[in-house]
Ligand binder design. Structure first.
Ligand SMILES: Cc1cc2nc3c(=O)[nH]c(=O)nc-3n(C[C@H](O)[C@H](O)[C@H](O)COP(=O)(O)O)c2cc1C
Length: 191
């Protein structure tokens, strides 16, 4: 887990077989969820397929340089409503939590397979949901680009520089409370 980070330089010649893609999906499949509701959907976008073309057409400028080079991109969606009407009852109060958890499982599975994964939300959600035919019962959430590390010389300077950013985190004392809200913080020991 500690070796996970969001790489942006991928080897665009690297391909994943269907079995490897399914292994990644199985990791998500076995994530826990509220009442075992499993409110996730994953769209699989392999380079050269219509799903990949649909995704690439909607990427934000910042993501268009690196996402298309990944071996596969998953798009996550949550089953948010039981009916198509905007005021239909929620499918699960924890749908977004559970989709995030399934995404985390897939991301860690990628690491276990020697791959990197980089989650992203910078794309035109409405346009991509329409292109994929996502019904109003579901909400398109994020992308997860998965691939093998590439050669920084193969990408533009801006993309190459992304992999050298400092990775920082808030200290535990800001968000882990051994008491009530804001109470009983402890100083961080090195993770
Ligand atoms: C929901 C979500 C949305 C994100 N959106 C983007 C994005 O659009 N573009 C991008 O380059 N990274 C994106 N990221 C990656 C985060 O910037 C990254 O996880 C964070 O900076 C921590 O870095 P690390 O994953 O290397 O620890 C996103 C991550 C998550 C979980």
């Amino acid at each position: 887990m500690r070796s996970r980070w969001s790489a942006s330089v991928y080897d665009d010649r690297h391909r994943l077989g269907e079995a490897e893609i399914e292994t990644l999906l199985h990791a998500a499949q076995w994530a826990p969820s509220a009442g075992n509701s499993q409110p996730w959907l994953f769209f699989v976008c392999v380079p050269g397929t219509p799903n990949h073309d649909r995704l690439v057409a909607t990427l934000s400028r910042g993501n268009s340089g690196w996402v298309p080079r990944a071996s596969v991109v998953f798009l996550t969606a949550a089953h948010v409503r039981t009916g198509e009407e905007p005021d239909a009852p929620a499918f699960s109060d924890y749908a977004l939590h559970d989709v995030g958890q399934a995404a985390a499982h897939l991301t860690l599975q990628a690491r276990a397979m020697g791959l990197h994964a980089h989650q992203f939300a910078g794309f035109d959600h409405d346009a991509l949901a329409a292109a994929l035919g996502v019904p109003p019962t579901h909400q398109l959430l994020t992308g997860i680009a998965v691939g093998a590390p590439g050669d920084p010389a193969d990408v533009d300077e801006r993309t190459a520089a992304r992999d050298h950013r400092d990775r920082v985190r808030k200290p535990l004392a800001e968000w882990a409370f051994w008491g009530g809200f804001g109470e009983g913080q402890v100083a961080d020991s090195e993770a």
